[in-house]
Design a protein around this ligand. Structure first.
Ligand SMILES: Nc1ncnc2c1ncn2[C@@H]1O[C@H](COP(=O)(O)OP(=O)(O)OP(=O)(O)O)[C@@H](O)[C@H]1O
Ligand SMILES: [Mg+2]
Length: 280
């Protein structure tokens, strides 16, 4: 197992809502080469879960194994984990500092590495830029010179700098328009093959999840309520919440506009077709 999380819990106390069980006893195994989509309504705990995995939020309880070994509390394992598991965030505008050139953005990721010789640095940078479909010549340029899709490619390139085996993508295509989303999704699928990267893909967009992931986790109020292959979840959702999520999520695109909500049965007949956009 590449990543194994066991019984993770994170509760928050909020002034208006009181105790919020953001992540409430989540256990999950991620196999090498088996990308996982995480779906669920807003506030169900997806980002909190991702942040706990990335060490950005401390859990109240739980443990995490990476390649069979405990990560937390073991300094050398934590450092290795930070190189091998990288995250890509939703907003490519906010996540790239406008004062940093592409070179600096990529260079910063290398701080996690043991010393890299200057010549090797640039070779590595050009390699990752090429891997995400960008030219190696852009190192001296700045984020504002790029489109949203290009910026998200730069964010992905930054994540690739340390040669990770797992990428966690939290709504990584949500801020992009539909055609650019498709390009980035194609890139994510190709990285699974060309770089043996496993992905945890968090999204409201069920069709995007279907494209990238082989397995789906459905979260509801901090818990995993359903887990299975993409086919099983779409064709035969077991949990009533998953059924409702699929029902609520389905929009039909008419001449580029998505506004007609279809019943689940109709969509299940049509599920293989590109013109369906599933989003919540
Ligand atoms: N730092 C925090 N302090 C207090 N409450 C928090 C904090 N972070 C998250 N929460 C609460 O935890 C719950 C889960 O939030 P989280 O951001 O993980 O949801 P999400 O599934 O990622 O939602 P979305 O789909 O909108 O991104 C929410 O009720 C949220 O208000
Ligand atoms: Mg979130």
């Amino acid at each position: 197992m590449l990543l194994e999380i066991k019984n993770l819990k994170k509760y928050f106390v909020q002034k208006d809502k009181g105790l919020v069980r953001a992540v409430d006893g989540v256990s999950l195994g991620v196999r090498q080469g088996e990308s996982i989509g995480i779906v669920g309504e807003s506030g169900c705990g997806k980002t909190t879960l991702a942040k706990i995995i990335m060490g950005l939020t401390t859990p109240d309880q739980g443990s995490m194994l990476f390649e069979g070994q405990e990560v937390w509390g073991q300094r050398t394992r934590e450092v290795l984990f930070r190189r091998r598991v990288r995250m890509v965030f939703q907003d490519p505008y906010a996540s790239l500092d406008p004062r940093f050139s592409v070179y600096s953005v990529l260079r910063e990721a290398l701080c996690l590495e043991a010393k890299v010789a200057k010549g090797d640095e640039e070779i590595r940078m050009k390699g990752v830029l090429q891997a995400v479909g960008l030219s190696g010549d852009i190192l001296s340029r700045f984020p504002h010179e790029f489109s949203g899709g290009e910026r998200q490619r730069i964010s992905i390139a930054r994540a690739l700098m340390t040669d990770p085996s797992l990428l966690i993508l939290d709504e990584a295509v949500s801020a992009l328009d539909v055609l650019i989303q498709k390009e980035i999704l194609d890139l994510l699928v190709s990285l699974q093959k060309t770089r043996s990267i496993t992905e945890i893909f968090i999204s409201h967009n069920l069709s995007a999840v279907r494209r990238v992931a082989q397995k789906i986790v459905v979260m509801y109020q901090g818990k995993i309520v359903e887990y299975g292959s993409v086919q099983d979840i779409f064709n035969d959702p077991r949990h009533s919440y998953t059924q409702r999520l699929l029902d609520a999520a389905i929009h039909y695109r008419v001449q580029g506009r998505e506004d007609i909500v279809l019943k689940k049965e109709a969509v299940l007949l049509d599920i293989g077709q590109e013109h369906l956009v599933l989003s919540s």
